[in-house]
Design a protein around this ligand. Structure first.
Ligand code: PMT
Length: 210
């Protein structure tokens, strides 16, 4: 199978040296790319800026902004059998990007933020028979919020992770997830390494695709 995997944060520029981002380290997405490669699948990994080395044997596509990520996926989704969206793209970006470094001044500073398009919603029309997997980063109402996103983003599976715990979600080596699928099934996994979570997700995709 051809896996299209996303990982890491995006950066939304304020000026040439400042940006809005989030705590995604890329660990979950890179584990998914490694797990798919270990099962001999073809993998394209589209990654925001992280400090991890690119996994071997994957087609590595670096991106910076959410707009870059959308463009990278729009041009590659047709060639994939499965999309796994573990990246943490921005939900908002500064309306205006200053071409020069903003000078510090005594006055308070307000950023006018505008919504960033929902990439999975944008790609839903391209889904066809492909398997689309999303992630839900929740610190409350985990299953209800994840199921809402599963439906709103037209996904086959959503991996809901508790990002309110220090040992799960962003930056951690482990993850506590609940798998919710479009058929209404829910499976709560124990705290596992991100490699073990990745292996479970890849196995789910393989079973769904056959
Ligand atoms: O990178 P790590 O440090 O290992 O952390 C892993 C992780 C916590 C980032 C990962 O497990 C995770 O939860 N990724 C999704 C983060 C996120 O954006 O969750 P969300 O609930 O805000 O978004 C839901 C889904 O919509 C996600 O699949 C996301 O990729 C997607 N999305 C979000 C924003 C946007 N503009 N377009 C999108 O398609």
């Amino acid at each position: 199978m051809n896996f299209l995997v996303t990982a890491g944060p995006t950066r939304e520029w304020i000026d040439p040296i400042r940006f809005i981002t989030n705590r995604s380290s890329g660990k979950m997405g890179y584990a998914l790319a490694r797990a798919a490669r270990a099962r001999r699948h073809e993998v394209v990994l589209v990654s925001g800026p992280v400090t991890l080395p690119a996994p071997t044997g994957v087609d590595f596509v670096p991106i910076v902004t959410a707009a870059d990520l959308l463009a990278a996926l729009e041009s590659r989704v047709a060639a994939c059998d499965a999309l796994i969206m573990a990246a943490a793209p921005a939900d908002w970006r500064p309306r205006d990007i200053s071409p020069r470094k903003l000078k510090k001044c005594a006055m308070s500073m307000t950023l006018d933020l505008v919504p960033v398009p929902d990439i999975l919603v944008r790609l839903a029309g391209r889904k066809g028979s492909r398997v689309f997997v999303g992630f839900a980063a929740e610190d409350r109402d985990l299953e209800a919020e994840a199921r809402r996103k599963l439906v709103e983003k037209h996904l086959d599976l959503i991996v809901a992770n508790d990002v309110g715990r220090p040992d799960s979600g962003f930056e951690s080596d482990a993850n506590q997830v609940v798998l919710l699928d479009a058929a209404g099934n829910t499976e709560a996994l124990p705290l596992l390494s991100k490699d073990e979570v990745a292996a479970r997700v890849v196995a789910w995709v393989e079973a769904r695709a056959h």
